[in-house]
Design a binder for this molecule. Structure first.
Ligand code: OOG
Ligand code: NI
Length: 468
C-alpha cells in the first residue's frame, strides 16, 4: 500500500473526537446540556458582533466553532502512557509540554497530546491532556504495592487496537477501513466502567490516600474524565449554567476578563456522583459511588513569551495571596476582584503586549501595499514596516494548558478543601523516559511560528531588506 491510500491522521483525529463526543454525551447527559448551551451562546455572541464573526470567518470553520477542543484522561503505568503515545501518533497528536501537578497537591505529572502544525490544528484541534499517576508519591508502602499490582493486572487496550497501532507504525498509516476500526477500538479504552476492579475496602484506602489515586487505580480503564468545547464568551456560559440545571465550579480559572485575551480561561461543571459497584469477596458486588466525570469549557487567547508568562504567573500568585478561591464559592467575588486588580499590571492592548515582548505574534505583509512607499535601498526594521502599515500582526493562539488552572479544575472536582500536600517534584526526564520520547517545548514552538512568519515577510518584501 502506498501513502496515497492512507487516511490522513487529521481525519482519523476528527473521527476520534466526534466519536468521543457522542460517547460522552450518552454517558454524561449533563455534558450534552452544556454543549447545547455553548452552541447557543456562541451563536448569540456571533450575532451580536459582526466584527468578531468577520474575523473568525477569515480563519475558522464557523459551523464547527462549538466542537470539542480537548479532553482529559489519567493513566496508571508507564506502559499505558507509552502505548497511548503510539495510539495518539496514529491520529496526528504529539506530546507538547510537561506539567508537574504535584506542586498543586495532585499526585500526577502530565503532557498534552495535540496536533502541532497550523494546518492540522485548523482541520481538527482536538487534544488530550494526559496524566500519569505517581505512585511514588503515596507514603504508605503496602498501599503503594497493592495499587501497583492492581494496575499491572489490567490491560486498557483491546488486542485489535494494539494490532492496528502496530500496523500503522509498520506501514506508515492506515487505510479508511482500518482507520475506522482503530477509532472504534480506541474508544473502548476511554469508556466508563461502572464495575470497579477493586474491593470497596481497597477503594476506600486508595481514596483516603487521594481521591485521584482511587480514580486511576480502581477501574478497568482510564475513562475520559471530561471533554471541553470552545466558547466565545466564557463569562456568559458560566453565568447561564445554573439556569440550565448545571452547577458551575466557583470561579473561572486563568486570567480575568480582558480586552485582549491571554493564554487560557476555563471553567467546568462539578463532577457527578455516579453509582458504581465494587468487587468484594466471593464474587459479590457491593454498591457504592464514585465522583470523577464532568464537563468543561475553554476560551483561548494569545500565547505568552517566557517574559509574559512570568508576569502572568506573578500576577496570578499575587491575586491568590490576597484571596485563595474556596471550592464552595464563598469568596468568589472577592477573588475575581483581587484577580482584576492584580492584572491591571498586564498591558491590555495588542501593540503594547507585542512591543514589550510579552506575547507571540504572526506577521503578515499587507497585500497591495504600495511598493513605491518602501524604499528598496534602505533597510527597514519590522517595527518601521508595522508602523507604516506594510506589515500587520495577529496574536498566535495559546494551544496548551496551565498547571495552576489544571490543578484548580482537579481540586474543584475532587471536592478537596484540605488538599493533600506533596513535595513539589518535577520529574520531566522520568516522564519522558516513560513516554518514550521527549515532549515538545511549547515556548520554542511558538517562537518558531513567530520567526517563520517574519522570515516569510522578509522573502515577500524583497528587494526591501528587513533588518532584525
Ligand atoms: C485534567 C485537568 C487538566 C485542563 O483543562 O487544564 C485539564 C484532569 O482533571 O485529569 O484538562
Ligand atoms: Ni480540561
Amino acid at each position: 500500500m502506498n501513502s496515497a491510500t492512507f487516511t490522513s491522521t487529521d481525519v482519523i483525529r476528527g473521527s476520534f473526537s466526534t466519536a468521543m463526543s457522542a460517547m460522552y454525551r450518552t454517558e454524561v447527559p449533563a455534558y450534552g446540556t452544556l454543549l447545547e448551551l455553548v452552541a447557543q451562546v456562541n451563536d448569540d455572541t456571533l450575532a451580536a458582533s459582526p466584527k468578531l464573526r468577520h474575523r473568525l470567518e477569515q480563519t475558522e470553520t464557523l459551523d464547527r466553532i462549538s466542537e470539542e477542543r480537548h479532553g482529559a484522561i489519567r493513566v496508571g503505568t508507564p506502559a499505558e502512557l507509552a502505548m497511548l503515545r503510539r495510539a495518539f501518533a496514529v491520529m496526528g497528536m504529539y506530546p507538547v509540554g510537561y506539567y508537574d501537578l504535584s506542586e498543586a497537591g495532585v499526585p500526577v505529572h502530565s503532557t498534552a497530546f495535540r496536533p502541532v502544525g497550523d494546518e492540522a490544528l485548523k482541520i481538527n484541534p482536538f487534544r488530550v491532556f494526559t496524566s500519569l499517576l505517581r505512585l511514588d508519591l503515596i507514603d504508605d508502602g503496602a498501599l503503594r504495592e497493592e495499587a501497583r499490582k492492581t494496575l499491572a493486572a489490567r490491560q486498557i487496550f483491546t488486542d485489535k487496537a494494539i494490532l492496528l497501532i502496530e500496523k500503522a507504525e509498520a506501514a506508515g498509516g492506515l487505510d479508511a477501513a482500518d482507520a475506522a476500526l482503530l477509532v472504534k477500538e480506541i474508544l473502548e479504552t476511554f469508556r466508563w466502567h461502572d464495575q470497579a476492579s477493586v474491593s470497596s475496602d481497597l477503594y476506600r484506602r486508595l481514596h483516603d490516600a487521594h481521591r485521584l489515586i482511587a480514580d486511576v487505580v480502581s477501574f478497568k480503564g482510564p475513562h475520559i474524565n471530561h471533554l471541553t468545547p470552545r466558547t466565545l464568551d466564557i463569562d456568559a456560559v458560566q453565568k447561564l449554567m445554573p439556569a440550565h440545571g448545571i452547577a458551575p465550579k466557583a470561579v473561572i480559572e486563568g486570567p480575568p476578563t480582558r480586552e485582549c485575551p491571554i493564554l487560557l480561561r476555563q471553567t467546568s461543571f462539578k463532577a457527578l456522583e455516579e453509582a458504581v459497584s465494587f468487587r468484594d469477596e466471593e464474587g459479590t458486588w457491593a454498591k457504592g459511588s464514585h465522583t470523577a466525570r464532568f464537563g468543561e469549557i475553554e476560551q483561548r487567547g494569545v500565547a505568552l513569551t517566557p517574559k509574559g508568562r512570568a508576569l502572568y504567573d506573578r500576577l496570578l500568585a499575587q491575586a491568590r495571596e490576597v484571596v485563595r478561591p474556596a471550592p464552595d464559592g464563598s469568596n468568589a467575588a472577592a477573588y475575581i476582584a483581587a484577580l482584576s486588580e492584580a492584572f491591571k499590571a498586564f498591558p491590555d492592548d495588542w501593540n503594547t503586549i507585542r512591543q514589550q515582548g510579552l506575547g507571540y505574534f504572526r506577521y503578515t505583509p499587507v497585500e497591495g501595499f504600495p511598493r513605491a512607499a518602501l524604499s528598496a535601498r534602505e533597510p527597514a526594521s519590522l517595527e518601521t514596516l508595522v508602523a507604516m502599515g506594510a506589515v500587520v500582526f495577529d496574536p498566535i493562539v495559546y494551544e496548551d494548558f496551565l498547571p495552576v488552572s489544571a490543578a484548580g479544575i482537579f481540586q474543584s472536582n475532587l471536592g478537596d478543601n484540605g488538599a493533600q500536600k506533596f513535595a513539589a517534584s518535577p520529574s520531566q526526564q522520568e516522564f519522558e523516559a516513560h513516554l518514550g520520547m521527549p515532549v515538545l517545548d511549547e515556548f520554542a514552538h511558538y517562537e518558531g511560528l513567530e520567526k517563520a512568519s517574519i522570515a516569510r515577510c522578509r522573502r515577500d518584501l524583497q528587494p526591501v531588506a528587513l533588518v532584525d
